[in-house]
Ligand binder design. Structure first.
Ligand code: NAD
Ligand code: UD1
Length: 336
C-alpha cells in the first residue's frame, strides 16, 4: 500500500516508518517539524536503506495537502500529527483544539476529495478517563478527560465515527495507545522531548545521563501495592508494529474499529525505576513528591481484541523498554 504518514518525523511516527518499510509498505511523510527534527528521517533512511519522500507541510494547510495528494495516490493515511503535552494544553487550550481538531478536519476533507477514505488515528488511553474497569477493554465506557489534550483525542474519535457512519466508504481505525516508551534497539531513533520531560521514562533517562539530579515520584499514597501509580508501558517498536497490523483492518473494510495497544501488564513507578536500575546498572535517585493533578492510580489494558482481530501482540517486556530507552539516551545525550 502507499501510505501518507502525518507527523512521521516524531517519536512514534519515525519508529512506525521503520516497521512499515520492513513490511514492504511505501510511505510519504508530512510534518511541520513543530516538535521534531528532520534528522529523525535521515536516521530512518539509514536504518531502512531507503529515502522516504518528505514534505514540510502542516495538516491545517489545505493547499499543501491538496498538492501532495495530487502528486501521490494514497491507499491510506496514518495520522500521528498533533500536539501532545498535557500541561501545555491546559495553558493553551485554543492552540490544542485548533491544531489537533482543525488539522484533522482539514486532512479528512482533503482525503475524501481525493478518494482516500482509509485512516488510522493515534488515540490514547486517556479517553477512558479514570477507567470504569481494569484491565481496560475497548468496551469500557469513555471517561472524563481532565485536560484539553485528552479532549481533542476523545472529540476526534467522535468526529471520525460520525464521518464513517454517514459515509460507509470510510474505514477508520482508532488506536488507543497506553504508555509508549523505549526506542529502536539500534539507538539511532528515539524520544526527543523539548525541555523538562513530562513523562516518566524520558525523565528517568535524563537522570541516568546526568542532566537532572533526581526523579520526583508523584505520589506514594495511591491504592496500589507500593502506593505509586500503575501504567501499561509499551515498547515503541511493538506499538509501531501495531500500526502495520492495523492496516489489515483497513484491508478487510472494517468500517470503524477501535483497538487498545498495550501489553496488558501494569507496572508501578517504583517497579519501573527498579527495573531500569537493574538492567542498566545505574542508580536513579528519587524523592517522593505530591500527586500530580489529573493523575489516576491504575491504568492498564486488556489487549485481547487486538490479538484476536489483528494478530498483534506486544513482544517486548519492561527490561527491553528500559534497555532501549537508555541505549538511545546514552548515544544521544542531547537528542538529535
Ligand atoms: P511527537 O510530538 O513526537 O510527534 C508528533 C509529530 O506531529 C511531530 O513530529 C510534530 O512536529 C508533528 N505535528 C504536530 N502538529 C502538526 C501539524 N499541525 N501539522 C503537521 N505536523 C504536526 O509525538 P508522538 O509521541 O510521536 O505522538 C504521535 C501521536 O500519538 C500524537 O497524536 C499523540 O497525541 C499520540 N499519542 C502519543 C502518546 C505518547 O505517549 N507519546 C500516547 C498516546 C497518544
Ligand atoms: C500522560 C498523560 C496522558 C498521555 C500520556 C502519554 C497526564 C495526566 N496524562 O500519561 O494524557 O496520553 O502521558 O503522553 O499527564 N511520574 C512520576 N514522575 C515523573 C513523571 C511521571 O512519578 O516525573 C508518574 C506519574 O504520576 C504516573 C506515571 O509516572 O503515575 C506515568 O506518567 P507519564 O509517563 O506522565 O504517563 P501518564 O500520566 O500515564
Amino acid at each position: 500500500m502507499k501510505i501518507l504518514v502525518t507527523g512521521g518525523a516524531g517519536f512514534i511516527g519515525s519508529h512506525t516508518l521503520v516497521e512499515l518499510a520492513a513490511a514492504g509498505q511505501e510511505t510519504v511523510v508530512i510534518d511541520n517539524l513543530c516538535n521534531s527534527n528532520r534528522k529523525s528521517l535521515e536516521r530512518v533512511a539509514e536504518l531502512t536503506g531507503r529515502e522516504i519522500p518528505f514534505y514540510e507541510v502542516d495538516t491545517r494547510d489545505r493547499e499543501g495537502l491538496n498538492h501532495i495528494m495530487e502528486a501521490h495516490r494514497f491507499d491510506a493515511c496514518i495520522h500521528f500529527a498533533g500536539l501532545k503535552a498535557v500541561g501545555e494544553s491546559v495553558e493553551k487550550p485554543w492552540e490544542y483544539y485548533e491544531n489537533n481538531i482543525g488539522g484533522t478536519l482539514t486532512l479528512l476533507d482533503v482525503m475524501r476529495q481525493h478518494g482516500c477514505k482509509n485512516i488510522i488515528f493515534s488515540s490514547s488511553a486517556t479517553v477512558y478517563g479514570n477507567p470504569a474497569i481494569i484491565p481496560i477493554t475497548e468496551e469500557c465506557p469513555k471517561g472524563h478527560c481532565t485536560n484539553p489534550y485528552g479532549q481533542t483525542k476523545s472529540m476526534l474519535e467522535e468526529i471520525m465515527m460520525d464521518v464513517q457512519k454517514a459515509d460507509n466508504e470510510w474505514n477508520i481505525v482508532l488506536l488507543r495507545y497506553f504508555n509508549p516508551v523505549g526506542a529502536h534497539p539500534s539507538g539511532r531513533i528515539g524520544e526527543n522531548p523539548n525541555g523538562i520531560p513530562n513523562n516518566l521514562m524520558p525523565y528517568v533517562t535524563q537522570v541516568a545521563v546526568g542532566k537532572r539530579p533526581e526523579l520526583g515520584v508523584f505520589g506514594n499514597d495511591y491504592p496500589t501495592p507500593d502506593g505509586t501509580g500503575i501504567r501499561d508501558y509499551i515498547h515503541v517498536v511493538d506499538l509501531a508494529r501495531g500500526h502495520v497490523a492495523a492496516l489489515q483492518a483497513i484491508e478487510r473494510h472494517c468500517g470503524c474499529a477501535i483497538y487498545n495497544l498495550g501489553t496488558g501488564q501494569g507496572y508501578s513507578v517504583l517497579q519501573l525505576v527498579k527495573a531500569f536500575e537493574k538492567v542498566n546498572g545505574i542508580k536513579i535517585p528519587y524523592s517522593i513528591k505530591p500527586r500530580r493533578a489529573g493523575d489516576i492510580a491504575t491504568c492498564y489494558s486488556d489487549p485481547a481484541k487486538s490479538e484476536k482481530e489483528l494478530g498483534w501482540k506486544a513482544q517486548y517486556g519492561l527490561e527491553e523498554m528500559c534497555r532501549d530507552a537508555w541505549n538511545w539516551q546514552r548515544q544521544n545525550p542531547n537528542g538529535y
